[in-house]
Design a protein around this ligand. Structure first.
Ligand code: LIP
Length: 261
């Protein structure tokens, strides 16, 4: 709809400025900078500054839309609902690594409608709009066609929220299939990689809405299959997510025992 297309356009421009800001504040390599929220859970000055910047711009543009973020929580409610992760992959960012992004998603009720994910250190921008496609730097993307686990690359995300045995059990199942396990430290970009066919699947046992809100419409438009994250509790708290190309999704789902949508 024109209202959504106009919102995607606006989000694209706000995220571009936010990403520039995050690049300007980017820590130098040499050791993590920022403070620890919990073990291995970093917070930098940039997280708060970028979220405040995006929140202010979106409020001025669309005052009636809902808004929520990783740092500030729910600040406005509305039938259209923006969800921001100012820096996804904060641990990477805090060490001066390149694999992090700014993610802004738009839901209508509990339907993911549009998203922008920008990884400025990689010079990549993903955009999606329901019914209109999924794009990387303006070019259409699609999930991969790899069906054979022995040729597949599957990423698994980790955080301190996940008990070690649960993580190990899933990693073990991925390796039993003969697939290549990977871990890159940025959930939103891993999901974007599933959408673009750079990965065949992504699994994380407990992930939050702000990490996935920008990627859910991208995955749907790119033809990937996803577990019912929002119905599994993802709207209001952490939940499991699995996304995979449609050719390997069922095999993977059976192996790791995470049901698909
Ligand atoms: C983190 C993700 C990471 C994921 C964690 C966490 P943050 O987000 O980037 O890949 O495994 O669950 O949510 O804290 O950097 O925004």
């Amino acid at each position: 709809s024109p209202a959504l297309a106009c919102r995607l356009e606006a989000a694209r421009s706000v995220v571009r400025d936010a990403a520039r800001m995050a690049m300007a504040m980017r820590p130098q390599p040499g050791g993590p900078q920022g403070e620890l929220k919990a073990a291995q859970d970093w917070l930098t000055e940039t997280d708060g500054a970028v979220e405040a910047f995006i929140a202010g711009r979106m409020k001025a543009l669309f005052p009636d839309d809902g808004f929520e973020g990783e740092e500030g929580g729910v600040t406005r409610t509305g039938s259209l609902r923006w969800v921001v992760d100012p820096i996804d992959g904060t641990s990477n960012y805090a060490r001066g690594r390149s694999r992090w992004c700014v993610s802004l998603g738009l839901l209508e009720g509990d339907e993911p409608m549009a998203g922008v994910i920008e990884a400025p250190a990689l010079q990549e921008v993903y955009t999606s709009l329901r019914g209109y496609g999924a794009f990387l730097n303006g070019k259409p993307i699609q999930a991969s066609r790899v069906a054979e686990p022995s040729r597949a690359m599957i990423e698994m995300g980790w955080s301190g929220r996940v008990p070690k045995p649960v993580f190990m059990e899933k990693i073990d199942a991925i390796m039993e299939l003969g697939a290549m396990p990977r871990s890159g430290g940025c959930g939103a970009l891993a999901l974007a990689d599933v959408a673009s066919g750079r990965l065949d699947g992504y699994i994380e046992i407990v992930i939050n809405l702000w990490d996935v809100a920008g990627a859910l419409p991208l995955l749907a438009e790119a033809g990937a299959r996803v577990s019912p994250f929002l119905r599994d509790g993802g709207l209001t708290g952490g939940a499991v997510i699995m996304a995979a190309n449609p050719h390997i999704a069922q095999t993977l789902s059976d192996a790791v025992r995470i049901p698909l949508e």
